[in-house]
Design a protein. Structure first.
Length: 82
């Protein structure tokens, strides 16, 4: 499984509301293309962009921007973040 869990920090909640983005912890070996494909399949949503960073704790974090037709807040509600 590529997607491990959603991240619910103050900053991630703020970007859900302002930038239509969600943050997920993902597998360290996952590529941006794999992350995009998995999220589009899981949530039936259009993904515009995926940015990844590796945290100091050696975990990979993906910030995912969804298309305007798919509000990130709706997906966050389904996941129980909001």
């Amino acid at each position: 499984m590529i997607i491990k869990r959603p991240v619910s920090t103050e900053k991630s909640i703020r970007i859900i509301e302002t930038e239509n983005k969600l943050v997920f912890m993902v597998d360290l070996k996952a590529t941006k293309t794999q992350i995009k494909a998995e999220l589009e399949k899981l949530f039936d949503a259009k993904v515009l962009r995926v940015n990844t960073t590796i945290t100091p704790g050696a975990e990979k974090r993906a910030t995912v921007q969804f298309g305007p037709e798919t509000p990130a807040i709706d997906i966050a509600s389904k996941l129980g973040l909001m």
